[in-house]
Design a protein. Structure first.
Length: 173
């Protein structure tokens, strides 16, 4: 999976900093809308399983189900690379370009391996987790069952190589 990050107000003048090597994907719709998605991303919104996962949880609860392990973090300084990544993420070309140019040009690209917990983990909603944040400290250690990878090893490694090829071309000397 490919995560594209810029950073937010809460992250200081340097913008987003990848602080953790593994983390729960926190469900939020903050700053998100269907118009920011590419064609494939919009089509995913019609898939019943995804619609169900995007439904709001019961009041006062947050459901965590997907866990990510960071495999590589790359600072993207060249906007010309963005089209090559279009099939590997769901943001529209316009959204990516806008994020690239916001404040200081550039983006963080995080290649992550995502695992799905069999059952969602329920944590209480509270003001300290609300708003525009990249990192949220959870109230306590979360115990869970074994995670199943969302993508097979073969598909993940194939995507990983494609991303690396576009973001880290070999240097010619």
């Amino acid at each position: 999976t490919l995560l594209v990050r810029k950073g937010g107000i809460d992250e200081g003048p340097e913008g987003f900093q990848p602080e953790h090597s593994d983390f729960w994907l926190f469900p939020t719709n903050f700053h998100q809308s269907e118009t920011s998605l590419n064609k494939e991303g919009k089509s995913l919104l019609a898939v019943p399983e995804i619609k169900q996962r995007l439904a709001p949880p019961p009041p006062g609860q947050i459901l965590l189900q997907d866990f990510a392990q960071v495999k590589e973090v790359i600072r993207l300084e060249e906007e010309t690379v963005l089209p090559a990544l279009s099939s590997l993420q769901i943001l529209s070309a316009e959204t990516l370009s806008n994020r690239f140019h916001y404040r200081k040009p550039g983006l963080w690209i995080m290649i992550v391996r995502v695992y799905r917990n069999e059952e969602p983990i329920i944590i209480p909603d509270s003001p300290h987790v609300a708003g525009c944040r990249s990192w949220v400290d959870l109230p306590s250690t979360i115990r869970c069952s074994l995670h199943q990878p969302v993508l097979s090893d073969e598909i993940f490694h194939s995507h990983f190589q494609i991303i690396k090829k576009h973001l880290c071309p070999p240097h010619i000397s």
